[in-house]
Design a protein around this ligand. Structure first.
Ligand code: FBP
Length: 318
Protein backbone atom coordinates (compact mmCIF):
# COMPACT_ATOMS: atom_id res chain seq x y z
CA UNK A 1 0.00 0.00 0.00
CA UNK A 2 1.40 3.43 -0.93
CA UNK A 3 1.83 6.09 1.71
CA UNK A 4 -0.69 8.43 0.09
CA UNK A 5 -3.62 6.02 -0.20
CA UNK A 6 -5.74 3.90 2.07
CA UNK A 7 -7.04 0.54 0.90
CA UNK A 8 -10.63 0.51 -0.32
CA UNK A 9 -11.31 -2.57 1.81
CA UNK A 10 -11.05 -0.32 4.86
CA UNK A 11 -13.95 1.88 3.79
CA UNK A 12 -16.79 -0.22 5.13
CA UNK A 13 -14.85 -0.89 8.32
CA UNK A 14 -15.06 2.79 9.23
CA UNK A 15 -18.84 2.70 8.87
CA UNK A 16 -18.84 0.07 11.62
CA UNK A 17 -16.82 2.41 13.82
CA UNK A 18 -19.22 5.36 13.61
CA UNK A 19 -22.21 3.02 13.89
CA UNK A 20 -20.74 1.64 17.11
CA UNK A 21 -20.27 5.13 18.55
CA UNK A 22 -23.81 6.21 17.61
CA UNK A 23 -25.41 3.03 18.97
CA UNK A 24 -23.46 3.34 22.21
CA UNK A 25 -24.80 6.79 23.04
CA UNK A 26 -28.30 6.36 21.57
CA UNK A 27 -29.80 5.42 24.92
CA UNK A 28 -28.66 8.80 26.23
CA UNK A 29 -30.36 10.96 23.60
CA UNK A 30 -32.48 13.60 25.33
CA UNK A 31 -31.39 12.54 28.83
CA UNK A 32 -29.70 15.84 29.64
CA UNK A 33 -26.35 14.26 30.43
CA UNK A 34 -23.74 15.42 27.93
CA UNK A 35 -20.82 13.80 29.70
CA UNK A 36 -22.43 10.37 29.90
CA UNK A 37 -23.46 10.53 26.24
CA UNK A 38 -19.96 11.55 25.16
CA UNK A 39 -18.30 8.89 27.33
CA UNK A 40 -20.55 6.17 25.89
CA UNK A 41 -19.81 7.25 22.31
CA UNK A 42 -16.06 7.40 22.99
CA UNK A 43 -16.02 3.93 24.47
CA UNK A 44 -18.10 2.50 21.63
CA UNK A 45 -15.88 4.06 18.98
CA UNK A 46 -12.66 3.02 20.67
CA UNK A 47 -13.75 -0.61 21.12
CA UNK A 48 -14.73 -0.79 17.48
CA UNK A 49 -11.52 0.89 16.29
CA UNK A 50 -9.49 -1.65 18.20
CA UNK A 51 -10.94 -4.45 16.05
CA UNK A 52 -9.87 -2.75 12.81
CA UNK A 53 -6.88 -4.15 10.89
CA UNK A 54 -4.93 -0.89 11.12
CA UNK A 55 -2.04 0.64 12.96
CA UNK A 56 -3.97 3.78 13.85
CA UNK A 57 -2.80 6.92 15.60
CA UNK A 58 -5.27 9.45 16.98
CA UNK A 59 -4.29 12.91 15.70
CA UNK A 60 -7.60 14.54 16.61
CA UNK A 61 -9.57 12.99 19.41
CA UNK A 62 -10.82 13.67 22.88
CA UNK A 63 -7.94 15.92 23.93
CA UNK A 64 -4.48 15.53 25.33
CA UNK A 65 -3.42 12.44 27.25
CA UNK A 66 -3.75 14.09 30.67
CA UNK A 67 -7.32 15.23 29.98
CA UNK A 68 -8.78 12.26 28.11
CA UNK A 69 -8.56 8.63 29.23
CA UNK A 70 -9.60 7.29 25.83
CA UNK A 71 -8.94 8.38 22.26
CA UNK A 72 -6.43 10.96 23.45
CA UNK A 73 -4.09 12.54 20.92
CA UNK A 74 -1.29 10.10 20.18
CA UNK A 75 -3.18 7.00 21.33
CA UNK A 76 -2.49 3.97 19.18
CA UNK A 77 -5.58 2.04 18.12
CA UNK A 78 -6.36 -0.91 15.88
CA UNK A 79 -5.36 -4.55 15.76
CA UNK A 80 -2.37 -4.04 13.43
CA UNK A 81 -2.04 -3.27 9.74
CA UNK A 82 -1.60 -0.17 7.60
CA UNK A 83 -0.38 3.03 9.25
CA UNK A 84 -3.36 5.36 9.49
CA UNK A 85 -3.87 8.78 11.09
CA UNK A 86 -7.31 9.29 12.57
CA UNK A 87 -9.39 12.36 13.37
CA UNK A 88 -12.60 11.67 15.22
CA UNK A 89 -15.46 13.08 17.17
CA UNK A 90 -17.38 10.11 18.60
CA UNK A 91 -20.21 12.49 19.50
CA UNK A 92 -20.18 15.74 17.50
CA UNK A 93 -22.84 17.78 19.26
CA UNK A 94 -22.84 16.52 22.84
CA UNK A 95 -25.32 19.22 23.86
CA UNK A 96 -27.69 18.51 20.99
CA UNK A 97 -27.63 14.81 21.83
CA UNK A 98 -28.32 15.56 25.50
CA UNK A 99 -31.20 17.84 24.49
CA UNK A 100 -32.55 15.45 21.84
CA UNK A 101 -32.11 18.07 19.11
CA UNK A 102 -31.16 17.54 15.45
CA UNK A 103 -27.79 16.92 13.83
CA UNK A 104 -25.72 15.07 16.43
CA UNK A 105 -23.27 12.80 14.59
CA UNK A 106 -20.58 10.21 15.25
CA UNK A 107 -17.72 11.16 12.92
CA UNK A 108 -14.32 9.85 11.85
CA UNK A 109 -11.77 10.70 9.16
CA UNK A 110 -8.81 8.50 8.26
CA UNK A 111 -5.76 9.26 6.13
CA UNK A 112 -2.28 7.89 5.56
CA UNK A 113 0.29 9.19 8.08
CA UNK A 114 0.61 12.96 8.02
CA UNK A 115 -2.57 13.41 5.98
CA UNK A 116 -4.60 15.33 8.57
CA UNK A 117 -3.58 18.55 10.31
CA UNK A 118 -2.83 18.05 14.01
CA UNK A 119 -5.17 20.86 14.96
CA UNK A 120 -5.10 21.90 18.61
CA UNK A 121 -8.36 22.21 20.51
CA UNK A 122 -8.80 25.93 19.85
CA UNK A 123 -11.27 27.85 17.71
CA UNK A 124 -10.99 28.13 13.98
CA UNK A 125 -12.44 30.82 11.76
CA UNK A 126 -14.13 28.95 8.91
CA UNK A 127 -15.71 29.57 5.56
CA UNK A 128 -17.12 26.86 3.28
CA UNK A 129 -19.15 26.33 0.13
CA UNK A 130 -20.29 23.22 -1.71
CA UNK A 131 -18.89 21.85 -4.97
CA UNK A 132 -19.24 23.02 -8.55
CA UNK A 133 -18.24 26.64 -7.97
CA UNK A 134 -15.13 28.34 -9.39
CA UNK A 135 -12.00 27.93 -7.29
CA UNK A 136 -11.43 31.00 -5.13
CA UNK A 137 -15.11 31.91 -4.81
CA UNK A 138 -14.61 32.20 -1.05
CA UNK A 139 -11.74 33.86 0.79
CA UNK A 140 -11.39 34.13 4.54
CA UNK A 141 -9.42 37.35 4.07
CA UNK A 142 -12.33 39.05 2.34
CA UNK A 143 -15.28 40.66 4.08
CA UNK A 144 -18.56 38.89 4.76
CA UNK A 145 -20.20 41.05 2.10
CA UNK A 146 -17.55 40.26 -0.54
CA UNK A 147 -17.90 36.54 0.11
CA UNK A 148 -21.69 36.61 0.01
CA UNK A 149 -21.69 38.59 -3.24
CA UNK A 150 -19.06 36.33 -4.79
CA UNK A 151 -20.94 33.11 -3.92
CA UNK A 152 -24.30 34.59 -4.98
CA UNK A 153 -22.83 35.57 -8.36
CA UNK A 154 -21.28 32.14 -8.86
CA UNK A 155 -24.57 30.45 -7.99
CA UNK A 156 -26.65 32.83 -10.12
CA UNK A 157 -28.66 33.92 -7.09
CA UNK A 158 -29.71 37.29 -5.78
CA UNK A 159 -28.46 38.21 -2.31
CA UNK A 160 -31.91 37.77 -0.83
CA UNK A 161 -31.97 34.18 -2.11
CA UNK A 162 -28.80 33.35 -0.18
CA UNK A 163 -28.92 31.28 3.02
CA UNK A 164 -25.84 31.46 5.21
CA UNK A 165 -25.30 29.02 8.07
CA UNK A 166 -23.73 30.40 11.26
CA UNK A 167 -23.27 28.98 14.78
CA UNK A 168 -25.60 30.84 17.13
CA UNK A 169 -23.02 32.39 19.44
CA UNK A 170 -22.53 35.88 20.91
CA UNK A 171 -19.19 36.07 19.04
CA UNK A 172 -21.17 36.06 15.78
CA UNK A 173 -23.65 38.82 16.61
CA UNK A 174 -22.01 41.35 14.27
CA UNK A 175 -21.71 38.87 11.40
CA UNK A 176 -25.35 37.83 11.76
CA UNK A 177 -26.46 41.48 11.82
CA UNK A 178 -24.39 42.22 8.73
CA UNK A 179 -25.75 39.20 6.85
CA UNK A 180 -29.32 40.20 7.64
CA UNK A 181 -28.73 43.78 6.65
CA UNK A 182 -27.37 42.56 3.32
CA UNK A 183 -30.67 40.73 2.87
CA UNK A 184 -29.48 37.13 3.35
CA UNK A 185 -31.34 34.50 5.28
CA UNK A 186 -29.31 33.24 8.22
CA UNK A 187 -29.65 29.63 9.35
CA UNK A 188 -28.56 29.65 12.97
CA UNK A 189 -27.39 26.35 14.41
CA UNK A 190 -27.06 25.74 18.12
CA UNK A 191 -24.16 23.31 17.74
CA UNK A 192 -22.64 20.91 15.25
CA UNK A 193 -20.70 22.82 12.63
CA UNK A 194 -19.39 19.66 10.91
CA UNK A 195 -22.98 19.14 9.76
CA UNK A 196 -23.29 22.90 9.16
CA UNK A 197 -20.36 22.84 6.73
CA UNK A 198 -21.49 19.62 5.02
CA UNK A 199 -24.93 21.21 4.52
CA UNK A 200 -23.36 23.57 1.96
CA UNK A 201 -22.79 20.53 -0.26
CA UNK A 202 -26.33 19.22 0.10
CA UNK A 203 -28.93 20.78 -2.17
CA UNK A 204 -31.74 19.69 0.14
CA UNK A 205 -30.27 21.41 3.19
CA UNK A 206 -30.62 24.73 1.36
CA UNK A 207 -27.42 26.29 2.70
CA UNK A 208 -25.32 28.36 0.28
CA UNK A 209 -22.43 29.36 2.51
CA UNK A 210 -21.05 28.54 5.95
CA UNK A 211 -19.15 31.17 7.95
CA UNK A 212 -17.97 31.69 11.51
CA UNK A 213 -15.76 30.39 14.28
CA UNK A 214 -16.09 26.88 15.72
CA UNK A 215 -13.77 24.16 16.95
CA UNK A 216 -10.56 23.61 14.99
CA UNK A 217 -10.79 19.80 15.28
CA UNK A 218 -14.27 20.01 13.76
CA UNK A 219 -12.73 22.15 11.00
CA UNK A 220 -10.36 19.34 10.04
CA UNK A 221 -13.22 16.81 10.07
CA UNK A 222 -15.38 19.04 7.89
CA UNK A 223 -12.47 19.62 5.50
CA UNK A 224 -11.96 15.86 5.21
CA UNK A 225 -15.62 15.45 4.28
CA UNK A 226 -15.49 18.22 1.67
CA UNK A 227 -12.33 16.72 0.22
CA UNK A 228 -14.44 13.64 -0.56
CA UNK A 229 -17.78 15.18 -1.47
CA UNK A 230 -16.50 18.36 -3.17
CA UNK A 231 -16.55 21.95 -2.04
CA UNK A 232 -14.19 24.63 -0.79
CA UNK A 233 -13.12 25.34 2.77
CA UNK A 234 -10.70 27.73 4.42
CA UNK A 235 -9.81 27.96 8.08
CA UNK A 236 -7.55 29.97 10.35
CA UNK A 237 -6.77 29.06 13.96
CA UNK A 238 -7.94 31.58 16.55
CA UNK A 239 -6.10 31.90 19.84
CA UNK A 240 -7.50 33.40 23.04
CA UNK A 241 -4.31 33.21 25.09
CA UNK A 242 -0.68 32.12 25.20
CA UNK A 243 -1.60 28.70 26.50
CA UNK A 244 -3.55 28.03 23.30
CA UNK A 245 -0.65 29.33 21.19
CA UNK A 246 1.71 27.00 23.08
CA UNK A 247 -0.61 24.07 22.37
CA UNK A 248 -0.47 24.81 18.67
CA UNK A 249 3.32 25.03 18.68
CA UNK A 250 3.46 21.74 20.56
CA UNK A 251 1.64 20.07 17.68
CA UNK A 252 4.14 21.47 15.20
CA UNK A 253 2.26 24.52 13.98
CA UNK A 254 4.78 27.26 13.22
CA UNK A 255 2.78 29.91 11.42
CA UNK A 256 -0.07 30.66 13.84
CA UNK A 257 -1.78 33.09 11.41
CA UNK A 258 -1.80 30.72 8.49
CA UNK A 259 -4.89 30.49 6.34
CA UNK A 260 -5.43 26.79 5.68
CA UNK A 261 -7.07 25.50 2.53
CA UNK A 262 -8.97 22.24 2.28
CA UNK A 263 -5.96 20.33 1.03
CA UNK A 264 -3.73 21.69 3.78
CA UNK A 265 -6.16 20.50 6.45
CA UNK A 266 -6.65 17.13 4.76
CA UNK A 267 -3.56 16.80 2.61
CA UNK A 268 -3.74 13.14 1.52
CA UNK A 269 -6.48 10.83 0.34
CA UNK A 270 -9.05 10.45 3.11
CA UNK A 271 -11.95 8.28 4.16
CA UNK A 272 -14.75 10.08 6.01
CA UNK A 273 -17.62 8.36 7.81
CA UNK A 274 -20.50 9.73 9.87
CA UNK A 275 -23.49 8.03 11.49
CA UNK A 276 -26.52 10.02 12.60
CA UNK A 277 -27.11 10.00 16.34
CA UNK A 278 -30.15 12.27 16.21
CA UNK A 279 -32.09 13.03 13.00
CA UNK A 280 -30.46 15.73 10.91
CA UNK A 281 -30.19 17.34 7.50
CA UNK A 282 -27.61 14.76 6.42
CA UNK A 283 -28.64 11.55 8.18
CA UNK A 284 -31.43 9.90 10.10
CA UNK A 285 -30.59 9.29 13.75
CA UNK A 286 -30.50 5.98 15.60
CA UNK A 287 -34.04 4.56 15.74
CA UNK A 288 -35.44 1.96 18.13
CA UNK A 289 -37.28 -0.72 16.13
CA UNK A 290 -38.83 -4.01 17.24
CA UNK A 291 -35.92 -6.31 18.02
CA UNK A 292 -33.13 -3.81 17.47
CA UNK A 293 -31.96 -0.44 16.18
CA UNK A 294 -31.49 1.13 12.77
CA UNK A 295 -28.64 3.46 11.87
CA UNK A 296 -27.87 5.59 8.84
CA UNK A 297 -24.28 6.21 7.83
CA UNK A 298 -22.58 8.17 5.09
CA UNK A 299 -19.16 7.01 4.04
CA UNK A 300 -17.00 8.70 1.46
CA UNK A 301 -13.59 8.27 -0.09
CA UNK A 302 -11.70 11.17 -1.62
CA UNK A 303 -9.69 9.09 -4.08
CA UNK A 304 -12.76 7.97 -6.01
CA UNK A 305 -15.25 10.54 -4.67
CA UNK A 306 -17.58 7.64 -3.93
CA UNK A 307 -20.34 8.48 -1.45
CA UNK A 308 -22.29 5.63 0.11
CA UNK A 309 -25.27 5.71 2.42
CA UNK A 310 -25.58 2.62 4.57
CA UNK A 311 -28.80 1.89 6.36
CA UNK A 312 -28.28 -0.88 8.89
CA UNK A 313 -30.38 -2.93 11.28
CA UNK A 314 -28.62 -3.98 14.48
CA UNK A 315 -30.49 -6.73 16.35
CA UNK A 316 -30.62 -6.59 20.14
CA UNK A 317 -27.99 -8.68 21.78
CA UNK A 318 -29.37 -11.78 23.54
O1 FBP B 1 -19.66 25.69 21.69
P1 FBP B 1 -18.47 26.49 21.20
O2 FBP B 1 -17.46 26.71 22.25
O3 FBP B 1 -18.89 27.73 20.51
O4 FBP B 1 -17.71 25.57 20.11
C1 FBP B 1 -18.23 25.28 18.86
C2 FBP B 1 -18.05 23.82 18.58
O5 FBP B 1 -18.93 23.07 19.45
C3 FBP B 1 -19.76 22.23 18.67
O6 FBP B 1 -20.94 22.92 18.35
C4 FBP B 1 -20.11 20.95 19.41
O7 FBP B 1 -18.95 20.36 19.91
P2 FBP B 1 -19.05 19.18 21.01
O8 FBP B 1 -19.58 18.00 20.33
O9 FBP B 1 -17.65 18.99 21.45
O10 FBP B 1 -19.97 19.62 22.08
C5 FBP B 1 -18.96 22.03 17.39
O11 FBP B 1 -19.71 21.56 16.31
C6 FBP B 1 -18.39 23.39 17.18
O12 FBP B 1 -17.27 23.38 16.32
Amino acid sequence: MSSTHLGRDLVIEFARVTEAAALSCAGLIGRGDEKAADAAAVEGMRNSLNTLPINGTVVIGEGERDEAPMLFIGEEVGSGGADVDLAMDPLEGTTICAKGQPNALAVIAAAPKGGLLNAPDVYMDKIAVGGGLPEGVIDLDKSVEENVRSVAKAKGKTIDQMIVCVLDRPRHVDKIKELRSLGCGVKLIGDGDVAGVIDTTNEEAGVDLYIGAGGAPEGVLAAAALRCIGGQFQGRLLFRNDDERARARKWGIKDLDRKYTLTELASKEVIFAATGVTDGSLLEGVRRKPGGFTTETIIMRSETKTVRWIKAFHPDED
